[in-house]
Design a protein around this ligand. Structure first.
Ligand code: TRP
Length: 327
């Protein structure tokens, strides 16, 4: 039996090189030897104010773009969270056994809610129990995520263990899998904050669908410092970030890269990085255009995924409902 991998994808077509390096490329490595399930989390997306039409089109764009990146629908299941209503059913059941104190400790909630506590939707607070439901519904063994999501996967383990103790062994307890290199690609306009889909600012990130001119402008304007020498020095976050992206996309060793840029300046590194990034995203953009030329294709992929996942969902929910006394 292959190990089962589950991960969630935010429903936006504006996928950037931080997502690509930190997440997507790591998933591709395990496409053959794992049973992979990837979920576009359109119900997590509604925990903050949003536009329904933009959510719908963003969800479809994300599916097409992930396939274009190499998530071949023959080799993995790619589906949309709201197409399987058991996610929210299980989320409610898990919410009832999750102490509020556990959720109050979630650093992402604390960071995001700030002073708006009186106004944010309760969904933002219970967000992690929906995420736990996503993972536990499929009895996943491994959950590849960026380090900002590690705490949520650990909470999922705690919830699964608590459930199993209280109601009997129903859930597989999952492990978080955090990538070694490129886990944290930082913003190009501010190398002290993680590259994010929600950060405004024209030169914050390079999107996978950006044209070459935009890629060039963003990388050439990337914030660095006024020191000299191209070396992997975490004390120089702007430079370190550019080198991390370069390293991840070329696969070269750090020493090899430092030798290559010996005696050169930031301008040289940036120019080469522009070429490396464009070469990586051009074929993805070509495949994306092909896939989206036929709108029915994405619908077919999504419908087939739901059909294939149905038996797993039914088996888990049958066990959960019985264990909890809903018979
Ligand atoms: N919360 C994750 C993020 O913001 C997305 C997500 C939702 C997820 N459900 C998941 C990730 C289940 C892994 C497993 O990136």
């Amino acid at each position: 039996m292959k190990k089962r991998v589950f991960s969630g994808i935010q429903p936006s077509g504006h996928i950037h090189i931080g997502n690509y390096i930190g997440a997507v490329r790591n998933w591709l490595v395990n496409l053959e030897d794992r049973d992979n399930i990837f979920c576009v989390v359109d119900q997590h997306a509604i925990t903050v104010p949003y536009d329904p039409e933009a959510l719908h089109s963003g969800t479809r764009e994300a599916v097409a773009l992930y396939i274009a990146c190499g998530l071949d629908p023959q080799k993995c299941r790619l589906f949309v969270q709201s197409h399987i209503p058991e996610h929210t059913e299980l989320a409610w059941l898990l919410t009832c056994i999750t102490p509020m104190g556990w959720l109050e400790r979630m650093t992402q909630f604390k960071d995001r809610v700030g002073a708006r506590r009186e106004r944010v939707g309760t969904g933002l607070f219970v967000y992690p129990t929906l995420m736990a439901a996503d993972i536990l519904l499929y009895q996943a063994h491994e959950v590849p995520v960026g380090d900002d999501q590690k705490q949520h996967v650990e909470l999922t383990r705690d919830i699964a263990e608590r459930f199993n103790r209280q109601f009997g062994e129903v859930f597989t307890v999952p492990e978080p899998v955090i990538p070694q290199v490129g886990a944290r690609i930082m913003g190009l306009d501010d190398p002290t904050a993680k590259m994010s889909k929600s950060t405004e600012g024209q030169y914050h990130s390079v999107g996978l669908l950006d044209d070459p001119d935009k890629v060039r402008k963003t990388i050439m304007r990337a914030v660095t410092d006024s020191q000299q020498g191209i070396v992997f020095d975490p004390q120089r976050p702007g430079l370190f970030n550019l080198l991390t992206i370069y390293q991840a996309l070329t696969g070269q060793e750090n020493a090899e890269i430092e030798t290559h840029f010996a005696g050169k300046g930031y301008g040289d590194l940036k120019k080469e990085l522009v070429e490396v990034v464009i070469a990586e995203i051009e074929p993805i953009q070509a495949r994306y255009r092909e896939l989206t030329a036929d709108p029915a294709y994405i619908d077919e992929v999504l419908a087939e995924s739901v059909e294939k996942l149905r038996p797993i969902v039914d088996a888990t929910m049958d066990g959960v409902r019985r264990a909890m006394g809903h018979r």
